[in-house]
Design a binder for this molecule. Structure first.
Ligand SMILES: [Fe+2]
Length: 251
């Protein structure tokens, strides 16, 4: 199966539209969404309308912002701006979208043999996988060859292989407009496609991926979008202006 892989849209419909336009001819059969549909951006209902419209053509896991905006958890541990965005979002979600958000499945979800999706980590939806040490813990605990994760908003890759019973691990950031990875059947992978709606790797372009699980081929893309328009809408909506400004820098 060939998948469109998206994470951390965060209510940024301008970024989502650009990704959908760019991926239109990529011939994927199913969408994998790795969580955080809402929070921060000015268009939470538009993003959730799109996810709902996919019906059985999408498999989603919820993110921490989805959980909090759905009212399933408090925003106490969020910073001031994230918290303001939660309250703003909660006031605007329509009934259908709120019900949908409340029912978003908790990851991890096994998509097919050898393929798992989650938000932060398969062990904890709130955990950030930044370091090799954090990745090692997941590789030790999870058997699937490929785990797709989000949450850090940084497109990245961890790879491991066993040599003489010892696990050798490496990692890198996925930078640039297009990266193609041919996965080795003897290695295991943790891959983050990056954030569509609020990148934090100093590249403001929307990030997404196409993954062909049969061919074990992962295509990573960065797509320019109307960042200034997304920022304008955030300001106009009365959300904290810093949430718009950071989009300009991908930070
Ligand atoms: Fe996020």
């Amino acid at each position: 199966m060939r998948y469109l892989v998206l994470s951390d849209i965060h209510g940024n419909y301008q970024a989502l539209e650009a990704v959908l336009r760019h991926s239109r001819r990529k011939k994927f059969q199913h969408v994998l969404f790795l969580g955080d549909a809402v929070g921060y951006g000015a268009s939470p209902n538009h993003v959730l309308d799109w996810l709902r419209s996919l019906g059985p053509r999408v498999t989603s896991v919820r993110g921490n912002h989805d959980r909090v905006c759905a009212g399933l958890d408090t925003a106490d541990y969020f910073n001031r701006y994230a918290r303001q965005a939660v309250f703003w979002t909660q006031e605007r979600l329509n009934r259908k979208n709120l019900a949908f958000l409340r029912k978003m499945p908790v990851g991890p979800i096994r998509i097919e043999p050898g393929l798992l999706i989650c938000h932060g980590s398969p062990l904890d939806e709130d955990a950030y996988l930044f370091s090799a040490g954090e990745a090692r813990e997941v590789f030790e605990a999870v058997d699937e060859q490929v785990v797709l994760f989000g949450h850090t908003h940084v497109p990245s890759l961890f790879v491991t292989r066993r040599i003489d019973g010892r696990r050798v691990l490496s990692g890198r950031i996925l930078a640039g407009a297009r990266t193609v990875l041919d996965l080795d059947p003897d290695q295991e992978y943790l891959i983050n496609p990056g954030s569509a709606g609020q990148p934090r790797d100093r590249d403001p372009r929307a990030a997404y991926a196409i993954y062909d699980h049969e061919k074990r081929r992962f295509y990573h893309y960065r797509v320019p979008y109307q960042v200034r328009e997304a920022r304008r809408r955030i300001r106009q909506a009365g959300l904290p202006p810093v949430l718009g400004d950071r989009l300009l820098y991908g930070a």
